[in-house]
Write a protein that binds this ligand. Sequence first.
Ligand code: F0G
Length: 459
Amino acid sequence: MEPFRTIIEPFRIHAVEPIRITSREERAAAIEVAGRNLFALHADDVLIDLLTDSGTGAMSRDQWAAIQHGDESYAGSPSWYTFLEAVQELWPFRHVIPTHQGRAAEKILFSVIGGAGKVIPNNTHFDTTRANVEATGAEAIDLVIPEGRDPSAIHPFKGNVDLEALEALLTARAADVPVVFVTITNNSGGGQPVSLENLRAVRALCDRFGVPLFLDACRFAENAWFIKTREPGQEDRSIPDIVRDMAALADGMTMSAKKDGLANIGGWLAMNDDALADACRNLLILTEGFPTYGGLAGRDLEAIAQGLREVVHEDYLRYRIRSTAYLGEALHAAGVPLVRPFGGHAIYLDARALLPHLPPLQYPGQALAVALYMEGGVRGCEIGTVMFGRHPDGTEAPAAMDLVRLAIPRRTYTQSHIDYVIEVVRRVADRAAELRGLRLVQPEPRSLRHFTARFEPLA
Ligand code: F0G
């Protein structure tokens, strides 16, 4: 494809799903009923759904075919062995524990190794990861490099861990740190990648202080593509080789197969430590299921196994990363403030910069997300003070950034859908000064408030 600039979708459409065009009046009514919380909308009232890239992708012909091979035996299903082989091909950890999604893996792991007095560092905890750490009484600390907190700072690996900060934490409190986590790509920091070099340095610190290293590997293939295209010396390596390098640096992982598993549900927890795996499997049996299916049907295990084979294809990853950047480049050219460089799975609008008249505690990200829905039926997701502003001690403070994430479901929307999204964002940005702030209706939810909170417009 060398002479061509256009990077096409490397697939044809085989089955179509209708989407529904609504009027502005219908959207106004729907968002009112939803309490201005986009999670509370009926998805039929959404035209282009960029709420999440999680479980929303299109499965391939071969994944649907694999589903027909699903074997629903309670124990020792052939589908389990197919799944195990596909996981260990990329992530050769000794123990693989299937779960119904990523947060179930987190819940099990942190129930075993968390607890009061413990502290868990990560480049940036995703919301469910933080919530699962904090639910055990442990403390979740974000240690991304300073560039990773600055939406406009240009750095090829903005998801990297701040090594000095990690060293300082381990020097002071290694005995309280049951695990160091690194999220690849760093979702809450803008879908930014982590370099192999940084992972190696984190590994060296973990070795020095005798602390295990786990990866939150939801978007591992996208991270590997960034390594291949941005990290010196990696350009000629295959994606599976780069993934295995990341695996070799870690002692275990949590995974949501709803992202780079290219599946609609699923996840796993993996590790090398036998005793830890035993403890986790005991909890698995209580809450998820027998260890050869976890929280999944045999057919799901098959779909994930096939998805893992497809997600490391270079044609797919080139299209995936390129089509996300296409949205970012158009909005950047239009002067819309964004997190740059562009992440793998999403474009993050910088609501704090676009709406400087709204202080963070008036939730500029939520105000912007609501406006995008009202304007064109586009659903994004606030990643900011609504999501991260409330602390376990009850206080509220501005999050590091107020972003609106436009997450791109895998293999689902075409370039013309994205061209439409670009028009909608530009129209909202043109009258950004008119947007009003929001107030949370009290009492607000006690945990993960962004999922269920209701909002009222400020006068
Ligand atoms: N870790 C990261 C980095 C994630 O992005 C997610 C989910 C999880 C863990 C939890 O996985 O949903 O399967 O339980 N992220 C989705 C999102 C929900 O929209 O970013 P899960």
